[in-house]
Design a protein around this ligand. Structure first.
Ligand SMILES: [Zn+2]
Length: 261
């Protein structure tokens, strides 16, 4: 282990020793989140460590008077860290703030069209990820049991996928890939699945994949990441090449966990 990695490991061990998470809080968190079902005890223990480090590293605040207690912090942390289970916390460094709204929040938008005319509008959101900035969530939609867009949806995983995508400075649906992964194959597999979804949506067909994924390649990656962790059987069936790429990137096989649920 190099000196920097050793120092980091020592700091983490210290945080875990000095800020232990109460067993009851952790057990209640796990019981409330079916997305964690089927994780083996060793993986759950690793998730517990990551979630503890997440709560320590990030500053949580409640907007509009929302009281952010340990149970809320841990519920967000456990969901946020699931995609990191085999990647590690370093993937989430460079930002600190988690802001929880009680419910959907409204953002003011300003956009210039091709003639340079600026249009202003308001948009209702359940989550946002700012590059090097805060992670913003609607608690009503991020709380255990919430499936804001139906089966297979998870707003925390969606926003964390954006955080991972942003790490190379480009929000484009392609996070920094691991050594040995083929970027051209990634782009080919995602583009083909994205184009097929856009065609279905344009034709007015109902799709199992959340049609919001057709908005842009980065939304496709974020939405498919939600589906990958919460409904892996559907992803394998509908877009097997995308499932294989996500399995290689996240280094997890949620489909294998389904058997253990
Ligand atoms: Zn998004």
């Amino acid at each position: 282990m190099n000196p920097v990695a050793r120092l980091r490991a020592w700091r983490r061990a210290r945080i875990l020793a000095h800020h232990p998470l109460a067993d009851a809080t952790w057990q209640a968190t796990v019981a409330d989140l079916p997305v964690l079902d089927g994780l083996r005890p060793a993986a759950l223990e690793r998730l517990r460590e990551l979630a503890t480090l997440f709560v320590h590293a990030k500053t949580f605040s409640g907007a509009h008077g929302l009281d952010v207690d340990d149970a809320k912090r841990m519920a967000i942390a456990a969901q946020a860290c699931l995609p990191l289970l085999e990647l590690g916390m370093d993937w989430l460094d460079g930002w600190r703030s988690v802001i929880l709204y009680p419910d959907t929040f409204v953002v003011d938008l300003e956009e210039a069209d091709e003639d340079g005319v600026v249009h202003r509008g308001r948009d209702e959101r359940i989550g946002e990820s700012w590059e090097r900035g805060p992670l913003i969530l609607s608690w009503a939609d991020a709380a255990p049991g919430a499936e804001p867009y139906g089966e297979g949806s998870n707003v925390v995983i969606h926003e964390i996928a954006h955080k991972l995508d942003q790490r190379d400075g480009y929000t484009n649906g392609c996070p920094p890939l691991h050594p040995g992964m083929d970027g051209a194959a990634w782009r080919r597999d995602f583009q083909a699945a994205f184009d097929a979804l856009c065609a279905e949506v344009d034709a007015g067909r109902t799709t199992w994949i959340d049609p919001y994924a057709a908005e842009a390649p980065e939304e496709f990656f974020a939405v498919l990441s939600e589906h990958f962790f919460t409904a892996p059987d559907a992803v394998v069936e509908l877009v097997p090449a995308v499932y294989a790429q996500l399995r290689a990137f996240y280094r997890q096989d949620p489909l294998a966990r389904l058997a253990g649920r």
